[in-house]
Design a protein around this ligand. Structure first.
Ligand code: NAD
Length: 472
């Protein structure tokens, strides 16, 4: 049982002004594994005041000095990787080996990459008689989700601090314990008081208080499109900068000359990572109708290797979903798919055999999905793949783009050039070409209702900078 009873404000661990707490649930055992304070709007006021007070001095520090602090945070996180991986495997349910690599590894990599980004970033430029300088935005409110909890936090906190901003972080109340580990590390490295603050609580209270606070200069939000719209609405009242990383319904186009034996299993993997609780999950596999039977057979074969199980068993590839609410939501979508006439190839809404406890959902593959079906239009956030047959390349592109979302995508073709030509026509922020690997330094973000702005690498640093021109 991990009992965290304080918030981190102005360089100290302090009690919340409220008295309520939030239980953190282990997604595999369904038992309470921890408790955190349910913060209040008053806590946000205190944290924002501390961040505002700390800003001028922090903004004035040199890039080298900030880089050194971030280096120490990186080392602190690295030393705690085992704890981070364990706690996220319990909170979210990702298998421990993947959790170690992704949930603990990526935040270390993100903090660790800052030195390299800072060393090549152009903070100043001359245009005619003007000196153009990049300056920090000010007080940054960071609001983050539960699916890759510390990764989403690191993508905001590392560049925001490196750019000279001060931060008030509100992590997801569903998977918040990892954020306390980061706050412990930040406390240990002796970051000046008020530069980083942690206020836990629920979205409609703590999240909204941050979004509408007049002294918060920027909100960087990652989460659902629904909550992102609310944050943008509230933030507009004080014309703050709003960065949004939202949901997705990402297409995976497989052309008729692609190597199906590679493309289909990779596509299934791209849909099922973290039990499908991935914003970039490739949930719509768009395939030539002439190859449908072969694709179906390969997809079922691949899906059935994702046996749900305990995230702490070395052989498990698919953990539970994060919560009872998420499990229920995903099962409803599976039922909806059947009702709307999609062909259920494998999986289904029932609890997997042998697993009486835990928020498990069977790895599920539908075929003969039409793009206007609910399961092809709405973000499910579970291990559910929709195979959509089409009759031409043009139709594949049309179907890929026929969605309110525009986060990620993939294309597979016999020739890389051909796949790239199709990739250019997909209206999303990221596209993997013939299985191109994840690049943590590449800009990450969405078109359309998947968001606004970019995270990671130099684009992620730019996000937290203002531009000033001085006419000389
Ligand atoms: P969510 O929108 O429910 O919550 C995200 C965060 O916003 C949480 O901290 C929550 O407390 C807070 N929040 C909720 N309502 C709020 C409100 N009215 N005002 C202010 N804050 C509020 O999302 P979730 O369920 O935690 O995460 C899953 C969603 O996040 C999915 O839609 C997924 O696609 C998206 N996501 C996107 C990316 C990306 O980079 N594009 C990455 C990960 C997750």
């Amino acid at each position: 049982m991990i009992d965290r009873d304080k918030l981190y404000i102005d360089g100290a661990w302090v009690p919340s002004t409220g008295t309520s707490t939030i239980d953190v649930i282990n997604s595999t055992t369904e038992e309470v594994m921890g408790k955190i304070p349910e913060g209040t709007a008053e806590d946000v006021d205190k944290a924002v005041a501390a961040a505002k007070k700390a800003f001028p001095a922090w903004a004035k520090t040199s890039v080298e000095e900030r880089g050194k602090f971030i280096q120490r945070i990186t080392e602190g996180l690295q030393a705690r990787m085992g704890d981070i991986a364990q706690v996220v495997a319990q909170e979210v349910g990702m298998p421990l080996n993947l959790s170690t690599m992704i949930q603990a590894g990526l935040p270390v990599m993100t903090f660790g990459s800052i030195q390299q980004i800072l060393s090549t970033f152009e903070f100043e430029e001359t245009i005619g008689n003007s000196l153009v300088v990049k300056e920090p935005v000010g007080v940054v409110g960071a609001i983050t989700p539960w699916n890759y909890p510390l990764h989403q936090i690191a993508l905001k906190v590392a560049p925001a601090l490196a750019a000279g901003n001060t931060v008030v972080l509100k992590p997801s109340e569903v998977a918040p314990l990892n954020a306390f580990i980061l706050a412990d590390v930040i406390d240990e490295v002796g970051l000046p008081a008020g530069v980083f603050n942690l206020v836990t609580g629920v979205g409609p209270v703590v999240g909204e208080a941050i979004a509408k606070h007049p002294d918060v200069d920027m909100v960087s939000f990652t989460g659902s499109t629904r909550a992102g719209k609310r944050v943008a609405e509230l933030g507009a009242q004080s014309v703050k900068r709003i960065a949004l990383e939202l949901g997705g319904k990402s297409p995976n186009i497989i052309l008729d000359d692609a190597d199906l034996s590679k493309a289909v299993p990779a596509g299934v993997g791209g849909a099922f990572l973290n039990s499908g609780q991935t914003c970039t999950a490739l949930t719509r596999m768009i395939v030539p109708r002439s190859k449908l039977a072969e694709v179906e057979q390969l997809a079922v074969q691949a899906a059935e290797t994702y046996t749900p199980g305990d995230p702490f068993e070395a052989t498990t590839r698919l953990g539970p979903l994060v919560s009872a609410a998420q499990q229920e939501r995903v099962r409803n979508y599976i039922n909806k798919g059947v009702e709307e006439g999609a062909k259920l190839l494998t999986g289904g809404p029932e609890q997997p055999e042998g697993l009486d406890k835990g928020y498990f959902v069977r790895p599920t593959v539908f075929s003969d999905v039409r793009n206007d079906m609910t399961i092809a239009q709405e973000e499910i956030f579970g291990p559910v793949l929709s195979i959509i047959p089409v009759d031409s390349e043009e139709e594949a592109i049309e179907v890929a783009n026929d969605t309110i979302y525009g986060l990620a995508g993939a294309v597979w073709a016999g020739e890389k050039d051909k796949a790239q030509e199709v990739a250019r026509q997909i209206r999303t922020g990221m596209v993997d070409v013939n299985g191109g690997g994840f690049n943590p330094m590449a800009p990450f973000g969405g078109f359309k209702q998947s968001g606004r702005g970019r995270e990671a690498g130099k684009y992620g640093l730019e996000e937290f900078l203002q531009t000033k021109s001085m006419q000389l």
